[in-house]
Design a protein around this ligand. Structure first.
Ligand SMILES: Cc1cc2nc3c(=O)[nH]c(=O)nc-3n(C[C@H](O)[C@H](O)[C@H](O)COP(=O)(O)OP(=O)(O)OC[C@H]3O[C@@H](n4cnc5c(N)ncnc54)[C@H](O)[C@@H]3O)c2cc1C
Length: 251
């Protein structure tokens, strides 16, 4: 048996200057029934940097009030003029509430990304697993992958209308799991999908979902012999807790 710890993928960390940028909503779109796409613009974007698809920045909500609140979001797509953010429309929460009500011309402050973690190595197959909060990172990742890269996604969304199309040069296989948003804390559909998909060697698995779900998927992979250095798992939100995440799930 090959020892995949010897040349396991490396995580290359880069730091960015932590800055607040003051932007304006330039467009809003109901991308799918449960996803709101916001395009932000502003001169402050001229040096915006995001080196990895699973980067995150802070949306600073009520920035001018006595009690601003911050939530983590993925830079879905960006250039020096525009930054696209996809926000899951879930009940409750200041970020989801803000996105639902956002209108062209509204002001929004963002902070970061503070740093990036790029995964590099001799990877034959990428497996990207997540719920709708991970879809911006997964979509961006697949979109940015070079030609012939083998990538499979397993994404949980409420139904077929919430699936997304991504234009990519990569060799992409998509598996969509359908379950209502209020069942996003159930890992069972992901584990069943994994059981139906034996993983070859040199498969890097990236996971981001509700924290208990992400942990259950990681545990399942480890129990089935996948080495922890070939897995990166994060809890992008925590059921029942506001402003909570578990960004680097370890043993
Ligand atoms: C690195 C990283 C990147 C992320 N990128 C994105 C992104 O691009 N798009 C995106 O939509 N989210 C993303 N998230 C998740 C997002 O930060 C959380 O969902 C956040 O809690 C939403 O803030 P809120 O103010 O709407 O709700 P909060 O005030 O944080 O939470 C209020 C309640 O809603 C629940 N809740 C939070 N999120 C969800 C959900 N998705 N479904 C159901 N219930 C929920 C909480 O458990 C809590 O009970 C990311 C998280 C991380 C850590």
């Amino acid at each position: 048996m090959t020892d995949h710890t010897i040349d396991a993928p490396r995580i290359l960390r880069t730091r960015h200057e932590l800055r607040r940028r003051h932007l304006t909503v330039a467009a809003t779109e109901r991308l799918t029934p449960h996803m709101i796409r916001l395009t932000l613009t502003g001169a402050d974007l001229h040096d915006f940097a995001s080196a990895a698809p699973d980067d995150h920045m802070k949306l600073v909500l009520n920035a001018d009030s006595d009690s601003p609140q911050m939530r983590d979001y993925t830079p879905r797509r960006f250039n020096a003029q525009e930054l696209v953010v996809d926000v899951v429309d879930h009940p409750g929460g200041p970020a989801a509430d803000w996105a639902r009500a956002a209108a062209v011309g509204d002001a929004i402050t963002i902070g970061g990304p503070r740093g990036s973690q790029r995964i590099e190595g001799d990877i034959d197959h990428w497996l990207l697993i997540g719920d709708e909060t991970a879809l911006p990172a997964i979509g961006r990742w697949i979109e940015e992958m070079p030609a012939a890269t083998r990538v499979t996604s397993i994404v949980g969304v409420p139904d077929a209308a919430d699936e997304q199309t991504v234009t990519t040069a990569a060799d992409w296989t998509a598996h969509w799991l359908h379950r209502p948003l209020d069942q996003a804390t159930d890992p069972a559909p992901y584990l069943a999908a994994l059981d139906a998909m034996p993983l070859g060697p040199r498969t890097f698995v990236w996971v981001a979902a509700e924290a208990m779900v992400a942990r259950a998927i990681r545990t399942h992979l480890l129990e089935n012999g996948h080495h922890k250095q070939w897995i990166k798992a994060s809890g992008y939100w925590v059921a029942g807790q506001a402003d909570a995440s578990d960004k680097g799930i370890e043993d």
